[in-house]
Design a binder for this molecule. Structure first.
Ligand code: URA
Length: 437
């Protein structure tokens, strides 16, 4: 490295912008092990306090994207779309929106993550389908997009290894929650995955990284600006994560709920968010309609005709999964319990992240990387926040193989779900849509 790390830390500590060369050299030297963690930690903390300019953030994004393999999607015709959610509870939108896009003739090549902590992961949800392989080779990944119109798999290559290392360091140095660092981390993986245009679902609320709409908007704006500076069109949907999305939180039960939406029977907030994401993707694509109303009608049509569900079935078959699992309508967990309303009133959710953690305690998620998952575990809500419940109504059903986990989970749900006399204010599921200008 041609610079002294000490000088770069000093520069950033005083709020000066680092040059492109300084950022690229730092990222490369850290990835190769030349810079020790203590110096990189000091630089990250200086960034946390001083921030980064748009140019610095875009350079950091590109440097991390360039640090490993890049996926070449040129064999797939037309504009390739990607969709990314900043993570939430009960978020099965990818399982719905990507087959809808395929039925509309829009190619989506998506790499998804596994769940950790309170957030679920799309890869785990797909892997709850017996036989389905998420770990695809690059050839399989491309072939499935060509044949089916979409793919959703675990990362096929070593994408953005610099981000992986830096994220692990941020995680232990209290430097995760920095907007330029989060934005560059997410966008570096999106750039390396090769799509031309990206729709971001930036969650805000008690079950999201960004707790309020202003912070989510700032993150979304930053990612849109990175897109502009790096030649990718980005649209960001700011959506609510103050309650789980839809009725199901788990894995196989979320697949069942997603299939229900593709059969036209979705919970209203989940359906609305899926419609918004699908319309934004369609309007960015080569198949864009002249009005938003026409785009919505086109999405409704591929759901009503069964074309979107048929794409999901084709994808499951192409990835080696048992297509008949898509017809299941209940969890096969050995132990169940009901969470029942103790009194009448309006239901409210105080902490969506805690619902994710309770579901994890039942076996549906991981506390640590590498933990195994019980695909049948989870929570299926029968009532949603804002609904009026009577004493004795079943609010949710819990599923697990761990009978001993049920008592604690029920107790925790009682703390999270309050039943109030006053009707809580309605919260929209989509707060705002931000586009490049
Ligand atoms: N997700 C990421 O990929 N990176 C971050 O920094 C935060 C969330």
């Amino acid at each position: 490295m041609n610079y002294r790390m000490y000088d770069l830390i000093e520069k950033k500590k005083h709020g000066l912008a680092l040059t492109e060369d300084e950022i690229r050299e730092t990222v490369n030297a850290y990835t190769s092990g030349e810079i020790p963690d203590y110096q990189m930690s000091a630089l990250l903390m200086a960034i946390w306090f001083q921030g980064m300019t748009d140019e610095e953030t875009a350079t950091l994004t590109l440097a991390m994207a360039d640090s490993g393999d890049q996926l070449d999607l040129s064999a797939i015709p037309g504009t390739k779309l990607d969709k990314h959610s900043t993570g939430g509870i009960g978020d099965k939108t990818t399982l719905i929106v990507t087959p809808v896009m395929a039925a509309l003739g829009v190619y989506t090549a998506k790499m998804s993550g596994r769940g950790l902590g309170f957030t679920g992961g799309t890869v785990d949800k797909f892997e709850s389908i017996p036989g389905l392989r998420s770990e695809l080779t690059e050839e399989e990944f491309i072939r499935i997009v060509q044949e089916v119109g979409f793919v959703d798999a675990a990362q096929t290559k070593d994408l953005a290894p610099a981000d992986k290392l830096l994220y692990a360091l941020r995680d232990v140095t209290a430097t995760v929650d920095s907007i330029p660092l989060i934005a560059s981390s997410i966008m570096s993986k999106k750039l390396a995955s090769g799509a031309d245009k990206i729709v971001l679902d930036v969650k805000c609320g008690t079950g999201a990284f960004m707790k309020d709409a202003d912070a989510a908007k700032a993150l979304a704006d930053q990612m849109i600006r990175i897109g502009k500076l790096t030649g990718r069109e980005v649209v960001a949907v700011i959506s609510d994560m103050n309650e789980p999305l839809g009725y199901a939180v788990g894995n196989s039960i979320e697949v069942q709920e997603a299939v229900g939406v593709l059969k036209g029977k979705g919970e209203s907030r989940l359906s609305e968010l899926c419609m918004t994401l699908a319309v934004e993707m369609l309007q960015l694509s080569d198949q864009a309609k002249s009005t938003r109303q026409e785009a919505e009608a086109a999405v409704r049509e591929v759901i009503a005709s069964g074309a979107a569900l048929e794409r999901l079935q084709r994808f499951v078959a192409a990835a080696g999964g048992d297509v008949s699992a898509l017809e299941r309508t209940a969890s096969a967990a050995a132990c169940t319990a009901e969470f029942v309303a103790a009194q009448e009133g309006y239901l409210t959710c105080r902490d969506a992240a805690e619902v994710g953690l309770i579901s994890t305690s039942l076996g549906a998620g991981r506390s640590r990387k590498g933990d195994s998952i019980d695909f049948e575990a989870g929570i299926l809500f029968r009532k949603k926040p804002g609904e009026y419940v009577q004493a004795g109504d079943v609010i949710a059903e819990l599923y697990t193989e761990r009978e001993e986990a049920l008592t604690g989970a029920l107790k925790r749900l009682e703390d999270v779900y309050a039943i109030l006399r006053e009707r809580p204010e309605d919260r929209p599921v989509v707060y705002e849509i931000l586009r490049q200008n």
